[in-house]
Design a binder for this molecule. Structure first.
Ligand code: HAM
Length: 425
């Protein structure tokens, strides 16, 4: 029986895994500069957390969760996103009691959604995300957006754009919701079944429907911008001023609706407009979620964050033909001839590795020619040749494969020599 990987998941093999590590390093270093610290939450949570947190009427909760009963009959769900878990952890661990606020956290890990797989969309995907919880200030919204963009910039992407909207506060949203219901209700039977269901629960999501996107009522739907109250408008305008101050270009799109229920005020997406990038162009999405922490049983603690998938960042790099600067070269390959030399090589190998010099020997009893071939296959920077004669004379031959230069080194100076050549130490 040959097993196949489940649909919508991938193996990340050596050659690619280095690219992932490179992105993760960029993300972690950026978080350090912005003072976000890592949080690791479980891969599964009680199902209720997502039903309440992400929202009963969202596609995620309605049709995309991997939900199962454990052996005691408790309903658990593989996390479809990170924000609800972080909000839970913030409350459960009383992070709100820390005098240093906002609480700034980041996470990297797999998320699970039962979606139709296609390029850029998987059932298990890796999100890097951040959350800043505890303070309502447009400067933090600008910081979160700036952090996201600076990761793409460091990775080398050029063709990205920021789309932003304000969903307003509770009152603005309620007024807009009513206006949307009034707008769509008379002709709702011309819309798909999902939209009909959404009309009273979540009419904002109708604007996001792929199936009905060309219906004439879409273009004329009331815009949230016309329903923002003074406070919400002021908040949004202040954020836009900060973005301009930071030289961050943006497009305001009053139709930008995010697929999760917890958002209010700021909502944003970062898209790729690289030519040849597939149908899914959203690289990252995020927004403000004042009220979520209370929803999951905590005190009032406004929050904002975003998440991006590493899969889509890699796809965007591909579309822009950017090759991540990763290699897996061997610093030194020791070619040994004869049993005694081979035993000495095993000891030298351990010493090199202890100094952090990536090194290898042959495990297949190959002749010298075969060992050279093996060294070449690994793109070894140096080949050290150790035979019985060299061993008797306590020497080793070291060849720099780039310059072709060959040197005879005293055996007890070999590790120091390699260290100096590889690390410059
Ligand atoms: P989201 O828009 O559902 O938001 O997902 C954020 C990002 O995760 C997307 O822009 C995309 O890069 C990636 N993503 C989502 N689904 C898939 C998939 N099936 N395959 C590959 N990548 C995917 C959230 O998850 C929010 N928790 C973001 C957030 C954090 N808002 C506030 N804080």
């Amino acid at each position: 029986m040959a097993y196949k990987i489940p649909r919508g998941t991938q193996d990340i093999l050596p050659g690619d895994s280095e690219k992932w590590q490179w992105i993760e390093t960029i993300a972690k270093e950026t978080c350090k500069a912005y003072q976000y610290r890592e949080i690791r939450t479980p891969m599964f949570e009680h199902t209720d957390l997502f039903t309440r947190g992400v929202g009963e009427s969202t596609d995620i909760v309605q049709k995309e969760m991997y939900t199962f009963d454990d052996r005691k009959g408790r309903s658990l769900t593989l996390r479809p996103e990170g924000t609800a878990s972080v909000a839970r952890a913030f409350v459960e661990n009383k992070l709100y009691a820390n005098p240093v606020q906002p609480t700034k956290l980041y996470y990297i890990g797999p998320m699970f959604r039962y979606e139709r797989p296609q390029t850029g969309r998987y059932r298990q995907f890796y999100q890097f995300g951040i959350e800043a919880i505890g303070i309502n200030d447009p400067a933090i919204d600008a910081e979160v957006i700036s952090l996201a963009l600076s990761i793409y910039k460091k990775a080398g992407l050029k063709n990205i754009k920021l789309v932003i909207n304000s969903l307003g506060d509770k009152d603005s949203r309620a007024a807009h919701k009513e206006a949307l219901i009034r707008h769509f209700e008379p002709r709702i039977d011309e819309f798909c079944g999902d939209c009909q269901k959404r009309l009273h629960t979540n009419p904002l999501r109708i604007l996001d429907c792929k199936q009905d996107r060309d219906h004439e009522l879409m273009g004329t739907a009331p815009s949230i911008q016309d329903y923002l109250n003074e406070e919400s408008k002021e908040y949004f305008n202040k954020l836009l001023t900060y973005l301009s101050d930071l030289d961050i270009p943006y497009t305001v799109d009053p139709n930008l609706v995010r697929g999760l229920d917890y958002y209010n005020h700021t909502a944003f997406e970062i898209m790729s407009d690289a030519e040849g990038f597939g149908a899914i162009t959203t690289l990252a999405g995020g927004g403000r979620y004042n009220g979520l922490v209370e929803e999951v049983g905590g005190p009032e603690a406004p929050g904002i964050g975003f998440a991006m998938s590493i899969e889509r960042l890699l796809a965007a790099l591909d579309a822009e033909q950017i090759e991540p600067p990763v290699t897996n070269e061997t610093d030194c390959f020791i070619a040994a001839l004869g049993d005694k030399a081979r035993d000495a090589a095993v000891r030298l190998l351990a010493q090199l590795r202890a100094e952090g010099i990536s090194s290898e020997i042959d495990y297949e009893n190959k002749k010298l020619k075969g060992q050279f071939k093996a060294a070449e296959r690994r793109s070894a920077k140096f080949i050290a040749i150790l035979g019985e004669n060299e061993l008797n004379e306590q020497k080793i031959n070291v060849k720099d494969t780039e310059t072709g230069e060959q040197l005879e080194i005293k055996l007890d100076e070999f590790v120091r020599f390699m260290k100096a050549n590889i690390t410059g130490a």
